[in-house]
Design a protein around this ligand. Structure first.
Ligand SMILES: Cc1ncc(C[n+]2csc(CCOP(=O)(O)OP(=O)(O)O)c2C)c(N)n1
Ligand code: SF4
Ligand SMILES: [Mg+2]
Length: 351
């Protein structure tokens, strides 16, 4: 047995959502990760987001690669579809599943090793194709599962637990996602659930490639002085540009805001992203200025978090390919095998 099932019993007065489910109905097996691992907090944030959005668990497909981070789908959404793929190959498996059935919510969970090294090409291409998904990288700057080697997101000059200094330039996953054309880009911190839950909720509602880089300290191999992915370092250098509230439909604004402090973004499905601005000069609607801002702050050693970029009306892979509305896996022989006459007509247009 590779996992421990959680007991089904729960307190009778646990709050329920509109579907009558409790938060427990969105949990998975008991985690076998190290106590204090940031990845467990991300799983808890995913559970909270799905509970609050009243999502039917069978509408979610969770996919991952290999790593401690990629093990986590076992620990949340135990009633959803799941596929633990090969190291770095989650994006292509997710793309295939999404093409076959466009009606599910696709949640790709990966690590910085899984996505910034062996799976870097897969990550980049799934983003540039606009696959409708939530792609979460649980970023700890190391290969946790294989005992703490530097990953490609480790900062130059940062120290490993054994004192080795990383000599290589880091890959910025957020910068890459922006460059590749992601239509929703955010960065969160596993130690800030209040910020992370709405970022995940808005990403789930977004109909396009949504990418979230979550800094997630590895307490076993990368939480010491000299690490730039430790809890202490992130708390000291976290530069949040906004705070997000997600509204399903338009609800009245009750809190008091000063001029210019609030920005609303209405997404394709009518959901409203209400952003409390913490940085007057930060505009999440402009990809180019977002990229410059991120670079400027990275050069100062600051880690910018929040909703960094959103295109409220994106086109996803199915829109690009002009597929039919019916999921392809629901089509019958009549639609899939139109016959030799139709084939002849198609071939004639290619001659
Ligand atoms: C093809 C292949 N190469 C190498 C490995 C060994 N391996 C397993 S997990 C891993 C890195 C995981 O790092 P990351 O994705 O950052 O996950 P973390 O454990 O840090 O959450 C590596 C190199 C493998 N399983 N398969
Ligand atoms: S080794 Fe690191 S990443 Fe893996 S479970 Fe332990 S703390 Fe988490
Ligand atoms: Mg890692």
């Amino acid at each position: 047995m590779t996992y421990l099932a959680k007991p089904k019993l729960h307190h009778p007065s646990l709050p329920t959502n509109r579907l009558g489910y409790t938060r427990r109905d969105y949990e998975g097996a008991v985690s076998t990760l190290c106590a204090g691992c940031g990845h467990d907090s991300i799983s808890a944030a995913i559970v909270q987001a799905c509970f609050e959005l009243d999502i039917e668990p069978h509408r979610v497909a969770k996919l991952s690669g290999i790593g401690c981070s990629s093990k986590t789908p076992t620990y949340f959404l135990g009633n959803s579809h799941g596929f633990n793929s090969v190291h770095g190959r989650m994006p292509s498996v997710l793309t295939g599943a999404n093409l076959a059935n466009c009606e599910l919510i696709y949640l790709g969970v990966s690590g910085d090793g899984d996505s910034a090294s062996i799976g870097f090409g897969q990550f980049a291409h799934s983003i540039r194709r606009g696959v409708n998904m939530v792609y979460i990288v649980e970023n700890n700057g190391v290969y946790g599962l294989t005992k703490g080697q530097f990953s490609a997101t480790a900062d130059r000059g940062s120290r490993s637990k054994r004192g080795a200094v990383n000599a290589d330039e880091p890959i910025d996953m957020v910068g890459t996602a922006l460059l590749m054309g992601a239509s929703y880009v955010a960065r969160g911190f596993s130690g800030d659930k209040a910020q992370l839950v709405p970022l995940i909720k808005a990403a789930i509602l977004h109909r396009g490639s949504a990418f979230i880089d979550v800094i997630s300290p590895c307490v076993a191999f990368n939480n010491h002085p000299g690490s730039t992915k430790s809890y202490d370092y992130i708390r000291e250098h976290n530069e949040a540009v906004n705070f997000l509230d997600v509204m399903i439909g338009r609800e009245p604004i009750t809190a008091q805001y000063g001029p210019g402090e609030l920005r609303e973004v209405v997404q394709h499905d009518g959901s409203v992203l209400r952003l409390r601005k913490l940085h007057e000069d930060y505009d999440p609607g402009n990809r180019i200025t977002a990229m410059n801002f991120l670079q400027e702050y990275a050069a100062k050693g600051e880690i910018v978090t929040g909703l960094l970029y959103v295109d409220p009306d994106p086109k996803d892979l199915h829109a690009h390919l002009e597929t039919v509305d019916t999921p392809l896996n629901a089509l019958g022989d009549t639609e899939l095998v139109p016959g030799s006459e139709v084939l002849e007509r198609i071939n004639a247009t290619l001659r």
